[in-house]
Structure formats: C-alpha cells, structure tokens
Ligand binder design. Structure first.
Ligand code: NOJ
Ligand code: CA
Length: 693
C-alpha cells in the first residue's frame, strides 16, 4: 500500500481578485485525468462541488450541508479552513468475489469547513476521485462545540446538466422491490409507477418526486452516470427528492419513528455519496468504486466463509405445492420431503439446502403485527432437525437456516444469541434472514438508521458464531460485504420470486438493469434457475409466469453475481432437462477475474468470468424482450491453448412467451482467436462453459 500526503501541492487554488466576494476553486483530477472534481466556496459562503468526465458535465455545481435539530443549526455557509490531499494506490484481495484482487487507485481531497453562522462547528468533506467517478463523505471530528447531535436533514445536492434518460424506482423507505422505470428525469412520476405495480403490499412511499438510489442516467452526449452510496453504517439510507425545474436532486434521508434522521456523536462520518461515470456502459457494471470506499474486512480468519450453491424447500411453497405453516396442511418442511431435497442436492454436487417453514409460528406470521411470533429454536413436530442435519452431513450437504423475523426486530434481537447458538449446536453455518412487513414495535422503516444498525449487528454477531448471512427485505447493499464478508448476499431488490406476483412480475429487461444499479452495492440472492415457466403446476388457476427462456435462466448465474447462488426450482422440474441442468451443476460461485464484454442498460449484458484457481471460463449473456445477436470474441482465453466450449443457447425457435423451453447445447473446440456470433431469443440468453483441454 502506498499513500502519500501532499499538502496543497497537487491543488490549483485560484482566488478571484475581489476580496469581499472571494471565490476559491480547488480542482483535483483522477489518476488518468478523465474525472475532474472542483470544489468552490461561493461569494455567499456556500460550498459547491462539480464533476466532469473527459470535459463533459456530470454534476453541475451542487451544494453541501446539513440541518441539525440538536443543536438547532443550519450548516450551509462555511469558510474553507484547510485543504489537503493524498494519493491512494493499493491492491487488496477480497475473501471471495468477482475478482481475486482489486486495485484501489484514487486521489483524495479533504476540505475542512468552518460554519459561518457562529455555532463554532467544523466538519470535513473527504472526496476521492477515481478513474471511474467520485465518492465523498462528511466527517465530524471531535471538537469543543459538538458532541452528540441529531441530523434533521442532509442537504447534499446532485444537480444534473440536462434532462437525461433515467432508470429509477419510486422512493420508499420500506421497499426496494420495484421494477425500474425508464423516463426522462423530468418525467419521474413515482406515485403513478406505484399504482401500476399493484402487487407492492408494503409501502412507505415518499411522494411523486422522490426516487431511490441506485439511480442511473444515460446522457445524450454518451455518458452513463450512476448515483448511489457506499458504506452505510450508523446512518439512514439516502433517498432523493427531485426538483423538476432545476433537475436538482437533494438527499432525503429515511426518518426514524419520530421523524429524526440520524443520531450521531463526534467523531463520526456519513456514508459515501457515489457518482460513477464512464462513456462505456461496461465500465459501470465492472466498477469497483463502491467496494473500494468500504473498509477492509473485520474478520481476521475468514477460512470458514464459503461461497455456496444451494437448493431450497422454498419455491414449492411460493407456487402452491406446499405450505410454510403446518396447520394449513401440505407442510413442505417435513422430514421426508427435506430428505428428498438433500438426496437431489447431494447427487448434483451442491453445498447447501435452505429449509423454510421449519419452525413454529407460520400460522400467524403475517399481517397481525405481533411481536412474539417466532422463537427461532422450535422446529415443527414433523421436522426432525437432528436426524436431518445428520443425514445432510452424511451426504455432504449443509442445511441453511431460515429466520423470518416478520418485521419483529426487537424480538429477533432478544433471541438472536440463542438462535445462533442453536445453529452452531446443529452444525448449521448459514442463515437466511427476512424482514417481511412493518418493523415493529416502534414503526421504524427498513431503511432507517436503527435498522441499518440492526443489519450490521446481525452481521457482526453472526461472525462471532462463524455464521454466513443472506438477508432478505434488508436495505440496499452498499459494499459492506468487503468489511463483513460473512454477510454474503442480500435480496434488497425485486428478485425472481416476483415471477409469481399477480401483476407485473419480472419483465424481461429487469435483469439487464440490476447490474447497473442494485448490483453495484453487492451480491444479490436473486434465486435464478427456474426451468418451468407457467407457474400453474399445482394450481391450474394461476396465470403467473416466468418471462425468460430457459437458456437465460442459465445465463443469470453469470450475469447476476452472488457467492450464494440458489438453484431455485423443484427437483422434478430439473429432471426434465438434465442436459441443461449440467450447466448449473458446473457453474462456480467464486471467480479470479470478470470481464464485462458488452452492456447496455435495459437492453443486454454479456460477462465472462474465470473460475477461481482454475483455467476455465464461463460466459453469460442476456437480452431484454428483444431478440439480438451478440458478437463474442474469446480473446480473454489464454493464447495458444485449446478449450472445449459447451454452449447452452436459445434454440432458433425459442421465445420467452411462446417457446421458453427450446434450447440447444453444442460443443466446440475454440481458442483465444475464436469469434462467435450467438443469437439470443426475445427474453433469452446464452451460457458457455470453456474448459482448457
Ligand atoms: C420473502 C422472501 O424474499 C422469500 O424468499 C421468503 O420465502 C418469504 N419472505 C418468507 O420468509
Ligand atoms: Ca422479498
């Protein structure tokens, strides 16, 4: 690691001539000079930042600041008290991931601001300028005039230079499980979008002009711009309020149950606000900026953390074959049924088996907002957990625990230690948590500071018991899997289960937008791998369906990265397509290298990944509702070597709507000089395994 501090040296500091309206502008560029950040102190005393990329406007001058309610002070006018800068250039190795090493190379600028209103408060803004964007955060150092304080509002602004094409979701303090809308920025209409998506039951919608991050823009001069946040700890999730006249977005922090935004104590720092920018769409998907802004791992010996492929006693409840609750009959988590899944998982070389509905409480878990529903340690009488863990162990499978909190988070906090110890006693080392419903008893939001602290506590406490976590209905991820590598994945977006939703479900384009947005924050437990597309298998009245081809379901294992990858469908549905299932058996969940080969948000995506520690590569490509042909050059393969390519592609007559199960499997000898041209059907995709011969 090399970090140099060079006070003022790298800065161009220019003072305007008139001293009474002095305006300072400090400029700093990314290592490759493409991204330029300038920070100015306006004559009125505001501090604004501006970002350009290769000379094009990214963020127009946008102001910084806070409103505190305790002490009551508005931090909006400042004197710049000091400026310093540094260069960071280090390479680090994640415990698992899309690449075995990551370079963190940026220029840092730290601006110390002294409040002009007489409060005596000082704060710092730390900017980091990377080749692919900017991150900045506020820091409140220890100081005489500020100790404990309450944030009423963060006043950070992001002013866009034009009415860009925007990929957005409605602002909602409790749900990120929306489809993305694509409109001009000025055409954001959050409430109309929500009305269209009648299937969203739980909402804390903020208003017509409020949208969520991650947010993506495509400009008419060829830039892709992402707004998001990194390292959200002890602070609420940021939503954005749009002023359509000025195309200005302003931070709108998630309030707590009594309307405050954050309770902080010096020294403290906010999350990073991130602006990722490139003229190549592929670079947005491949950006490591958010990970680089997170702190290194807190787990000294991560040898117990293992990427996994897992099946689940799960989808069969979603599509009406079985139930979570024993009293409803057809109880899926019964010993016999779970054994069948263990057998199938073992036969196919998977690592884990999730079992939902194993514990008492499901008769009354939803809608009544009861605080004491689950105790997380009492299995149903037809679920013999000891015999099952022993059986699983004999077969080389680990059961995955399920803790649905039903939003009763105080109950979960009280019972967490006992629940984690129970897992350890049963030899179970991964837990899927869930936060369906309102957060009771206080009425916090899923995105509030209190809940952000809860998710962190779960990750930390789980690490003490050497447990891995997969959280559902948690706040959007912000790269914390670097710091807590046992918090391996989260749902935190509209996942595959929405294929079963009565209304909009999952559109073919949804998975082409996620990698540009939600996935920038971390792995998603999307639960790919559905092989049956009409979901009326056990209930003929169901009209819900999956809107992809079978080949696209395979490709999702590559295009949606996760170290916990579910094999979501039922054994009987896989048994009909064992040749295609071979891809799911073979695909790894941990990688040495990943290359985004082609991408356009809302349209298509193609990624190649190299297996961790092996000379084999996998390629996945997906398209939206339009069929297309993607040229693929295999020049990432080792030159001079021959590989066998197994290509799983849409058959020529495949189509997500009419003929989703039509696929073709071909084998070919290829080298780094081979060029392929593969057609993807409407809503289709392809998946390739490349093994060195
Ligand atoms: C919602 C989760 O996303 C889903 O995976 C789970 O089966 C249900 N809640 C029940 O906990
Ligand atoms: Ca969910």
């Amino acid at each position: 690691m090399k970090a140099t501090l060079s006070f003022l040296l790298t800065l161009s500091l220019c003072w305007q001539s008139n001293r009474t309206s002095a305006q300072t502008t400090t400029t700093i560029s990314s290592p490759d000079k493409a991204v330029v950040l300038s920070v100015s102190n306006t004559p009125a005393g505001q501090v604004a930042y501006r970002v350009t990329y290769k000379g094009k406007k990214v963020i127009e001058p946008s102001t910084l600041g806070f409103a505190l309610s305790k002490p009551q002070v508005s931090l909006t006018r400042f004197t710049i008290a000091a400026i310093d800068s540094a260069t960071i250039d280090e390479t680090w190795k994640p415990v698992w991931g899309e690449a075995s090493q990551i370079r963190n190379h940026c220029k840092e600028l730290r601006v110390t601001l002294a409040d002009q209103s007489g409060s005596g408060i000082q704060m710092q803004v730390r900017f980091r300028v990377f080749n692919d964007g900017v991150g900045f955060r506020y820091e409140f150092p220890t100081q005489p005039n500020l100790s404990h304080f309450v944030v009423a509002d963060e006043l950070t602004q992001f002013r866009l230079s034009a009415d860009h094409r925007t990929f957005w979701m409605p602002g909602d303090y409790d749900s990120n499980e929306y489809l993305y809308n694509t409109t001009k920025l000025s055409e954001v209409a959050a409430l109309a979008a929500i009305r269209k998506e009648k299937d969203i039951a739980l909402q804390s919608v903020i208003g017509d002009n409020a949208i969520q991050t991650p947010l993506l823009f495509k400009t008419t001069d060829g830039l892709y711009i992402s707004l998001y946040e990194a390292a959200v700890l002890n602070y609420p999730i940021m939503h954005l309020q749009l002023d359509k006249k000025t195309l200005r977005l302003q931070a709108q922090l998630t309030p707590d149950a009594v309307g405050n935004k954050a309770y902080l104590q010096t020294p403290s720092k906010t999350p990073w606000r991130t602006i990722i920018v490139s003229d190549k769409a592929t670079d947005i998907v491949g950006s490591k900026l958010i990970l680089n802004l997170n702190e290194p791992s807190t787990i000294a010996d991560p040898s117990w953390i293992k990427p996994q492929k897992f099946m689940g006693v799960w989808w069969e409840m979603h599509i009406g074959k079985g139930n979570w609750a024993k009293a409803l009959g057809k109880h899926a988590a019964n010993t016999q049924n779970v054994k069948k899944y263990i057998d199938f998982s073992a036969k196919n070389g998977f690592d884990g088996l999730l079992v939902e509905g194993w514990n008492e409480g499901w008769e009354d878990w939803f809608g009544n907002w009861k605080e004491e529903v689950f105790d997380f340690v009492t299995p149903y009488s037809d679920y013999n957990i000891d015999s099952l863990t022993a059986y699983a162990q004999k077969k080389g499978i680990k059961l995955i625990m399920h803790h649905e909190t039903s939003g009763s988070v105080t109950n979960y906090e009280r019972r967490m230690d006992a629940a984690f110890q129970y897992m350890v006693d049963k030899g179970i080392n991964t837990v899927k948590t869930g936060y369906v419903g309102r957060i009771i008893p206080r009425g916090e939001h899923h995105d509030s500071q209190w809940m952000v602290n809860h998710y962190q506590r779960v990750a930390e406490r789980a690490a003490k018991y050497k447990l891995m976590v997969d959280s559902h209905e948690s706040a959007h991820p912000t790269g914390l899997h670097r710091t807590y590598p046992n918090w391996m994945a989260s749902e935190a977006a509209r996942g595959s289960e929405f294929n079963n939703a009565p209304t909009l479900g999952i559109t073919p384009e949804h998975t082409t937008i996620l990698p540009f947005t939600r996935m920038l924050g971390g792995p998603m437990d999307f639960t790919p791998g559905l092989f049956r597309f009409q979901l009326n298998q056990f209930d003929s009245s169901r009209t819900q369906r999956v809107r992809t081809t079978l080949a696209k379901q395979l490709a999702l294992y590559i295009t949606l990265y996760s170290p916990l990858q579910m094999v979501a469908d039922l054994p009987e549905n896989y048994e009909k397509h064992m040749d295609a299932f071979q891809f799911i058996r073979d695909v790894p969940v941990d990688w040495d290298d990943s290359q985004v080969l082609a991408a356009e948000p809302g349209d298509y995506l193609m990624i190649a990944r190299k297996t961790k520690g092996k000379d084999s590569w996998f390629v996945g490509a997906i398209t939206d509702e339009n069929s297309r042909t993607l040229p693929l050059s295999l020049d990432f393969l080792e030159p001079g070597k021959t590989y066998e390519a197994t290509i799983y592609r849409d058959a020529d007559n495949a189509d997500w709507h009419e003929n989703p199960e039509a696929y073709t499997i071909e084998k070919k000898r290829v080298t780094s000089k081979t060029k392929l041209n593969l057609r993807l059907a409407n809503g289709g995709g392809f998946a390739i395994q490349l093994t060195q011969l």
